[in-house]
Design a protein around this ligand. Structure first.
Ligand code: AHR
Length: 527
């Protein structure tokens, strides 16, 4: 118990350290200096050129994460005794909300949980499965929801399953056997076990993470970069021995101390001919309660994590035909301020919903390298969907997730932006008030313009220009989240107030005014 608590607190400390010092900018003790606007004359401009492409908005950017943690699985997606559940024990109301989010890929079973998990405990007749101490989160794992339940859930939702193997306390054989259980069509022991458990056809799980946050001292089975890389290389060899077609995700940086880049460098150097993605994890919060710094500072920091990792990937891609490697941002969210802290039941507010726009705009602007992203997590635990025995409610962060996901498979565009700027003390670069990304759907000839106005109190008019000609005449379809109270939240029976509005309006004089502290998606038709 002491140990688990220690691990849990370690994780929390890491999150707080990440929030303040990982950005290399703030320290937890430093007094918070106000941000300062930079004088700006004229009108903001956003120029779109559909030929200036970045890359495909990968459908896997709209992923989610289901860890055995608190009420995420038990009491969240799965509740065998609830009258609200179906015959599989899946909560029907939650299932519908998950389907409406259109989750493209679902990571499971952790997280920190994965590093102590024995998947073999979670198969076969449920009443014969052993309950085990759960050390990452100081709990008891009943094992009633295991591999077959997860994969059935993923099929029911219509999402790609993504399994994180245990490279903490687990063995290479366990990882190899897991691939055999889910993917093999041969008459071998673990494939036969799957058949005995009722599943004839392989599940063909394509995405596999080689461990979780092994760089973090809080992780069960934490290793240094060299030891992890060698272990992961051998695990990959054994797993691919069973199924050569699987895609592998290396455990990248989650612990952003001063030398965080060393971890990724070693991992990439060793696994450059093996993995398809390297994972990054980032949790943010508005600790100093400064809205503009919150959104402005974190978008710079996340961009820096991506830039650095991108460069490190390029550095190891030597030779004529290097293996493509992408970034999987397979844990990201706002975390740690309110709610039931032990169980991570964060209550999100309106400004956190705006932070969703900040994350997605950053992912879209880096669509050539960020090819997977999983918000952590899906239900109850740092999540957009909250349940109790009687029902559920949607947190404000739910709505941007659902709306941005409509841009999957569009082409991300490199929008040119001239925006009023502000300075964040101790940061070398100024931040833009208008945080913009754009994507193009060639089939419908529509440009989606995603604009987060990070100004706390200023509406910002901007001209919206089409470099290739003009926009189609007529009103523009608009989706917008705005609320007078940045701290407004939802709860059971009261989840209507922080919701988006959809309407249409003309671009009068070619301009649109983005209200203070708002997130807007304009759908502009090419003429
Ligand atoms: O998502 C909650 C936890 O955050 C995960 O278990 C871990 O990977 C990260 O530290």
């Amino acid at each position: 118990m002491r140990r688990s608590r220690h691990l849990f607190l370690g994780c929390v400390v890491a999150a707080i350290v990440a929030a303040f010092s990982a950005s290399g900018v703030l320290s937890a003790q430093a007094p918070v200096q106000p941000v300062t606007p930079i004088p700006f004359t004229g009108t903001a401009r956003i120029k779109i050129d559909i030929d200036r492409t970045i890359g495909e908005v990968d459908p896997l950017l709209f992923g989610n994460f289901a860890e055995h943690l608190g009420r995420m699985v038990y009491g969240g997606i799965y509740d065998e005794k609830s009258p609200l559940s179906d015959a599989n024990g899946f909560r029907k109301d939650v299932l519908q909300a998950v389907k409406d989010l259109d989750v493209s890929i679902l990571r499971w079973p952790g997280g920190n949980f994965a590093s102590g998990y024995n998947w073999k405990d979670g198969i076969g007749p449920k009443d014969q499965r052993p309950a085990r101490p759960e050390l990452a989160w100081n709990d008891v794992e009943s094992n009633r929801f295991g591999t077959d339940e997860f994969l059935k859930y993923a099929e029911t939702v219509g999402t790609e399953p993504y399994i994180c193997v245990n490279l903490g306390l687990g063995s290479i054989n366990d990882a190899r056997d897991w691939v055999e259980y889910t993917n093999s069509d041969k008459a071998t022991f673990w494939a036969e076990q799957r058949r005995k458990n009722g599943r004839q056809q392989p599940y063909t799980v394509k995405y596999w993470a080689l461990g979780n946050e092994i760089d973090g001292p809080w992780q069960l089975g934490h290793k240094n970069a060299e030891d992890y890389s060698k272990f992961a290389l051998e695990a990959a060899k054994a797993m691919r021995g069973i199924d050569p077609s699987i895609k592998l995700i290396a455990s990248g940086s989650s612990n952003y101390g001063a030398d965080w880049t060393l971890w990724n460098r070693t991992v990439l150097q060793t696994l450059r001919n093996t993995v398809d993605y390297i994972a990054l994890h980032t949790y943010i919060n508005n600790g100093p309660n400064d809205f503009e710094r919150y959104l402005g500072g974190w978008s710079q920091t996340i961009q820096r994590y991506i830039d650095t990792t991108r460069a490190q990937i390029r550095e190891v891609q030597t030779g004529a035909n290097p293996r493509p490697i992408y970034i999987a941002y397979d844990e990201w969210n706002v975390w740690y301020r309110t709610g039931n802290r032990e169980k991570l039941e964060e209550i999100y507010n309106f400004e956190d919903a705006l932070a969703m726009g900040m994350f997605f705009n950053t992912f879209f602007r880096n669509a050539d390298i960020v090819k997977m992203a999983n918000i952590a997590q899906m239900v109850n635990v740092i999540a957009p969907i909250m349940t109790n025995e009687k029902g559920m409610f949607l947190q404000p962060i739910y709505f941007p997730l659902a709306e941005y996901s409509k841009q999957r498979s569009n082409t991300a565009l490199d929008a040119w932006v001239s925006s009023p700027m502000f300075r964040i003390p101790q940061r070398p670069q100024a931040a833009a008030y208008l945080d913009v990304s754009a994507t193009y759907n060639a089939r419908t000839r529509e440009v989606y313009l995603n604009v987060l106005n990070k100004s706390k109190d200023k509406d910002i008019p901007a001209s919206i220009e089409n470099s290739g000609g003009s926009w189609a005449s007529g009103p523009v379809a608009i989706w917008q989240m705005n609320h007078p109270d940045l701290k407004a939240t939802h709860t059971f029976g009261d989840d209507q107030k922080v919701r988006p509005k959809t309407f249409s309006a003309p671009l009068s004089g070619g301009q649109y005014t983005f209200p203070a502290h708002s997130l807007t998606i304009l759908r502009l038709k090419l003429s």
